[in-house]
Design a protein. Sequence first.
Length: 475
Amino acid sequence: MIVVPASSSVFRSPEAAHGLLVPGEGAAVTRRGALASLLSGEMGNSLVNGGLPGGKRRISLASRPGRTTFYVALPPKGKHHNVVRYPMAVVGPGYRGVLTSSATHLKGLIAIADIAPSVEALRRGHRPRIRFHSSPAPLAYLDRLDRRLDRSHDSRTGAVLVLVGLLTAFGLLALASRQAVLGRAAFLVAPACLVVAVALSAAGLTEPWQVLVVLGVVSAALALAGGVLLRPRWPLALGLAAVFAFLYAVMWARPEWNSLAALGPRPDGGGRFYGVNNQVATLLLSPALVLGVLAGGALPAVALLIAAGMVASFVGAQGDGLFVYLAGFAVLAIRLGGVRPGFGRVAAATAVPVAAALALVAVDAATGGSSHITHAFGGGPGSLAGHLGHRIHLSAAYVAARWYEAVLFAASVAVLVWLALRRPRLAVLDALLAALAVSLLVNDTPTDIAGFGVLSALVLWVWAGRSGERLGALD
């Protein structure tokens, strides 16, 4: 393992495999933190401990090449915005073309925390996380990928504003008119935006202004069309099922479409490279619960299928979302049962989702799945407790980092509490609020969860509780 300047000739050598290195997790990165992550195999977050990871050093830097040598460039001294990828090259037997990593699912993009485990694996004669993919022009490919990552980053804030604007506009129209069609349209804004964002990524539309214009216009049209055509019960149920089937299929077969979309994972920030991030998990929570209600007796099957997609390493890889979704479905099942839950039912409602979650993680690991979920569970109860403790610490640091984050979080939680006190009660809204409470406990981006969660809850309340929509057990 050798650190060299970015201008080093090895990063242009045809005798190496090349990649782009993400040096840290979070909004900022330092050379000190990147070096610590490089040697420990753990990603540090800029909000906690100055970006220094908690793990022990696993490898050391070398002064001369070995049989297989990893060359990397690191950020300069000081604190920098984490939007720059740094060159990386591996010289050794068989390494040619473009580097790949099982942690990113994006050909050419490497997380700095994957290097130490790969060095250790090669020393032991095992298969490393960082491998390679043949390419006739690896440097040209990486240049295109770097530009694409920049454009995705530049589109994200605008895409979130488009989503929030459409949710607010349709929600207010539905509240003022009390029309079920507009209520359904408001409810369908979030899934429509997610589908359109992935479709734009697949089509290669990357210029930020184009992405935002098309995302706003097409998503609004889709939500309105869905509001008119997708009436309860089966048309709406089939429409929601199609959304999950489409998104899961893309995450499985073409993860780069999802990773580079304006809404979804943020691979340039080092936290989530593929699958379902907290933002998407929160936006899909309300559609998942409504689909469970519309499915009637098939609610358990819907819950397991959606949860399985969330946890599968080759699809969603959202271990925290697994518990959130199963908790929401468990509360929904209790509320739809129409019986006041006693201690026994509450205990069963807690034990069943936990058992289901453990079983799904075990199946994922047994079938070759590898992600932060399987690693956390594989280390036993101590590892899982440490993982949860780190999430809580990071979540608190996230809220405390900026005053406006704290204000937004507090305001969102206050509105969620207000909704929880409304009468008459809605089974699906109670389930959503319970799932959001679990999400705030186990996830590490509380402002995203509270902010998108309160918008989803308000839209659901307006549609199901104020528009006169008759959804059977839903109301």
